[in-house]
Design a binder for this molecule. Sequence first.
Ligand SMILES: Cc1cc2nc3c(=O)[nH]c(=O)nc-3n(C[C@H](O)[C@H](O)[C@H](O)COP(=O)(O)OP(=O)(O)OC[C@H]3O[C@@H](n4cnc5c(N)ncnc54)[C@H](O)[C@@H]3O)c2cc1C
Length: 426
Amino acid sequence: MKSTYKQQIIIVGAGPAGLMAAFSAAQAGASVLILEKMKRPGLKLLASGGGRCNLTNVLPQQEFMKAFGRNGRFMRDALNSFSRDDLLEWMRAQKVDVDCVDGFYYFPAAARSSVVLEAMVQVCQENGVKFRLGEKVEKLVATKEAIQGVQVAGGKVIYGKAVILACGGKSYSKLGGSSIGYQLAEQAGHKIIMPVPGMVGLKTIERWPSCCTGISLDKVRISIDIKKYRKQYFEGALVFTQDGISGPAVVDISANVNELLLEEESVPVNVSFFPEKKEDEISGMLKKLLEENPRKKLSNIISLIFPAALAAALCDYAGDLAGVTGAGGIKAAGLPGKVFKSLNNILLSCPLWVNANQGFEKAMVTRGGADLKGIYPKTMESRLKQHLYFAGEVVNLDGPCGGYNLQWAFSSGYLAGQSAALEASQ
Ligand SMILES: Cc1cc2nc3c(=O)[nH]c(=O)nc-3n(C[C@H](O)[C@H](O)[C@H](O)COP(=O)(O)OP(=O)(O)OC[C@H]3O[C@@H](n4cnc5c(N)ncnc54)[C@H](O)[C@@H]3O)c2cc1C
């Protein structure tokens, strides 16, 4: 039942987390003001899922949390307060039909993120939420113990009973990404875990991937070749780029690689081109191909299983690693054993060294942000400053590709909004 109290809650950021927080606080009876620095709300939401908005996925809660790594456990209360099923029901209540097209990913049936954004803005407005667009929050206004409001660009102070930081991460500045959320959190005494780009393409020291630009492979397995990380791998498509590798499997592993790049100049990764085949099946396949085509050049034989440019690049790479130049041009019958061995190893697990990434401007999420230790998971309230709440990507939680990050934004936004409204009513 709707309560009768009216208190002002200020939400910084009109992304999915801020909009859901606004709805939930307003529905709980609070008066809510959203401040958004861009001219329009939800720009990142609009761009999400290639403009189609992958809202969430079918994974059970435990597995869903696991996909966020060690920090995933922090999400339990938020997911309990607003689960995937709650989200789907909520979308349908706003007349947004949702489809699970391929049995895993949920998208709006209209295949347009704009329907989600429009529905969120509309339901917020129906519940009395006020929007101020083009309004950038620059500072928190606070006593030693508690938040009192915010200061916006130009110096004006807006007071409120609670402030919810839903400023998102640092990536894609043209869609509103910036470091300001971290600065505001720091101002309240919160520790910031060093932000690094997540869900982003990786640059390799090896130059040969550039010869294969645009070639994509449907399913590879990629892992970091460092003992601690070897058991963790990601599977999915890989795309070769002008300066390295990208695609779902690569972007999923990218945040882990980028964290290591804070300490190391380069990070070794392994790409298995045939994740479903065993070692002996791969060498059997290679042997058979060579035996059946003794007069053909190695690169022509390998182009029976890979696009020609990739086949040529892999053969030469195998030759280079074996100390034989121009291996792609050698006929199968005369192939030195060491080149066979090297190529066999590459087909099994191709080593690459990553030394950079495509940067925050192309990163779909940010790893890092407000340290979870400073936030109560049950309410999303700050442990350090009363009346300050967090929601969405501004905190140190990021998931892989596939609706994980939006579900987190919705769930944490919902919980933060409810908790702030409850507190403001007391
Ligand atoms: C291209 C792209 C595709 C993606 N696709 C998917 C997908 O399909 N599925 C998925 O789950 N995730 C996807 N993501 C990730 C997902 O969009 C984000 O994790 C999610 O938007 C985070 O929500 P948020 O509300 O926390 O932050 P944001 O969406 O970033 O919103 C934060 C808002 O706060 C505003 N803001 C920041 N600072 C201030 C300030 N000082 N004052 C006022 N306003 C401020 C920003 O302008 C912004 O509008 C994608 C991301 C990108 C970039």
